[in-house]
Design a protein around this ligand. Structure first.
Ligand SMILES: Cc1ncc(COP(=O)(O)O)c(C=O)c1O
Length: 390
């Protein structure tokens, strides 16, 4: 598969046909695998002989998905997980121990902040959150115990960018590993490993599936690090179901064209939103007004499909826009072909204290649109209805 383009890998990587020579990838709905003899069972269990044993460890459908995603990210290896949060949790559990320290960008997804700030701290793993764009703050946060840097770029929901190459250099200077949550861009728009990151984390629930059907996650990187994550996963069990892996495997086939179409629509919608008198500010890396537009042009191949904007006013005005919609879905997911609209302060980021939320710029006036495949004219009309009420 070496040397092939991303669009070719998306439909061709990871294929391992069975004896039936099926064209579309097979779905192996089996939790265990049969051995030819007691000796073979023993050899498989001890690892002397390669092969499937039990689906908490491996399953051919899951392996196919892992190989395809690794190819798209330009990674040596990939391990799939039950969800994006399972991918993050498994990475931390595999690579860290009590007493270790994480440096994380501040604008992370709400559950990731909860995991780092409230749950890992119970087990002696502390996290310092730093402003996503402040390189000096990353450097200053390093302690002798820092093992992991964790960033999200663009961040959810404010689309702040992290300079991945610069943060990778700081992490490596500190002897730490950099993990990048690549959920918003997917490998179709950004390949963090090529920018110097060590691990890429995915919520496959989002663009990799692309149609809002299943939960899944993945960690990609070099074989040594992924083997560590796999060892945790096969023992602790937050593995993906073969059915979900198959859905995601097939979703990857259309990833590039979905991302291109959805990004183009997002840019058009963001440009229109910026011209609306009821809109105070639009957050979209593809707009020249985005504070890190130059970095976006360097690091990503487009602005992505997520647009956030602050309406003039607060929660009441933002909710007016939400409640007036008839086409878009009022739901917390993103990365779907159906456009979704979210009020982060009362949903995805609702469990964070109001002070911490305000400090990270997630105001009551903020709305997040994850642009799908509908006509942009219909999306504009749907949002215009609510904006007219402000
Ligand atoms: C950036 C980001 N990372 C991780 C996750 C968690 O993924 P999952 O819901 O698949 O556990 C999400 C979910 O919205 C997300 O937006």
């Amino acid at each position: 598969m070496e040397g092939l383009a991303l669009e070719t890998l998306a439909v061709r990587a990871g294929i391992d046909r069975s004896q039936f020579n099926e064209h579309s990838e097979a779905l192996y709905l089996t939790s265990s695998f049969v051995f030819e003899s007691a000796a073979q069972a023993a050899a498989r269990f001890s690892g002397e002989e390669e092969g499937n044993v039990y689906a908490r460890f491996t399953n051919p459908t899951v392996t196919a998905m892992q190989q395809r995603l690794a190819a798209l990210e330009g990674a040596e290896a990939c391990v799939a997980t039950a969800s994006g949060m399972a991918a993050i949790m498994s990475t931390v559990m595999a690579l860290m121990q009590s007493g270790d320290h994480i440096v994380a960008s501040r604008g992370l997804f709400g559950a990731t902040q909860q995991l780092f700030g409230n749950i890992l701290s119970k087990f002696g793993i502390e996290t310092t959150f730093v402003p996503a764009t402040d390189l000096e703050a990353y450097r200053a946060a390093v302690t002798p115990k820092t093992k992991l840097f964790f960033v999200e770029s663009p961040s959810n929901p404010l689309t702040e960018l992290v300079d991945i190459a610069a943060v990778a250099a700081i992490a490596h200077e500190a002897g730490a590993v950099l993990a990048v949550d690549n959920c918003f861009c997917s490998p179709a728009l950004q390949q963090p490993l090529k920018l110097g990151a060590d691990l890429v984390i995915h919520s496959a629930t989002k663009y990799l599936d692309g149609q809002g059907r299943v939960l899944g996650g993945a960690v990609c990187g070099d074989k040594k690090l992924i083997d560590e994550v796999f060892k945790f996963l096969r023992t602790a069990g937050p593995c993906i179901s073969p059915f979900n892996a198959w859905i995601i495997l097939k979703g990857l086939e259309t990833l590039r064209i979905r991302m291109a179409a959805q990004s183009a629509s997002a840019l058009e919608l963001a440009t229109w939103l910026e011209a609306q008198p009821q809109v105070a500010r639009v957050h979209y890396p593809g707009l020249p007004s985005h504070p890190q537009h130059a970095l976006a042009l360097r690091q990503q191949s487009s602005g992505g499909a997520i647009v956030s904007f602050d309406v003039k006013g607060g929660r009441e005005e933002a909710w007016k826009v939400v409640d007036a919609t008839r086409v878009v879905s009022i739901t917390a997911n993103l990365g779907d072909t159906k456009t979704t609209l979210t009020h982060p302060a009362s949903t995805t980021h609702g469990r964070i204290s109001p002070e911490a939320r305000e400090a990270s710029g997630i105001h009551e006036s903020l709305l997040r649109v994850a642009v799908g495949l509908e006509s942009v004219a219909d999306l504009k009309a749907d949002l215009a209805r609510g904006l007219a009420l402000i």
